[in-house]
Ligand binder design. Sequence first.
Ligand code: ATP
Length: 249
Amino acid sequence: MSHHILEVDRLRHVYPDGTVALSDVSIRITHGESVAVIGANGAGKSTLLAHLNGHLLPTSGSVRVGHLPVRRDTLAEIRRTVGMVFHDPDDQLFMPTVYEDVAFGPMNLGLSGEDLERCVTDALRQVDALHLAGKPPYHLSAGEKRRVAIATVLSMSPDILVMDEPGNGLDPYARRQLINLLKDFRHSKIVTSHDLDLVLDLCERTVVLSGGEVRADGPTREIFQDEALLRECRLEKPLSMQGCPICGA
Ligand SMILES: Nc1ncnc2c1ncn2[C@@H]1O[C@H](COP(=O)(O)OP(=O)(O)OP(=O)(O)O)[C@@H](O)[C@H]1O
């Protein structure tokens, strides 16, 4: 299972305009962990996640998936192991129909015929989007697009699932379905979200980013109990930990 270990070592990322989005970030995620990366707007969450499957490459430092360093020449193998749900579903959906979008990855892995059909159907069913199979992605609602984007990644059966704001735009029912789906996913998952109740429900470990640096890394409930840390990093407790404003419970 060593290929399921994700190691980020002294990662620094400077965008071409000189913005230092990440400086000296180190994190080790072992097989089966469920980890949230949280932080205020601009903290560096999306930049960090984009390094985990080589969508961005480090300015310095390194990212490794098991024995493989994330580099231009290892990208194909890295992307078979690390499935990435992007912040914006439009970055993920580009085929004429939803079916073709979900089939794209498995087809490239050599699946065809009934195997391909079963794989696409299963992935769409998991996100309750089978009825959308024949639609063009640009006709979908925001929440439907999000669910289909998740299906394009599930259809590849990744060993590590990386999701940037997976709950964005989902109605409460779809959000709950997503949480249950992710709870059933046996391998490692790394999620960014401003939905801190989702984080509390889903991730036993939380990494707090602020100004491109790791400010805290530990058990999620302990992180959310640290009021000074939350204040400093412009975060708030999940609603479910804020108590009832009427009865004070
Ligand atoms: N392509 C880019 N060029 C220059 N600066 C960028 C680029 N993309 C992001 N940044 C900057 O890098 C920093 C980190 O951005 P990032 O998108 O990683 O933050 P985030 O924590 O995901 O924020 P949010 O919660 O708003 O999604 C910000 O200061 C942002 O302005």
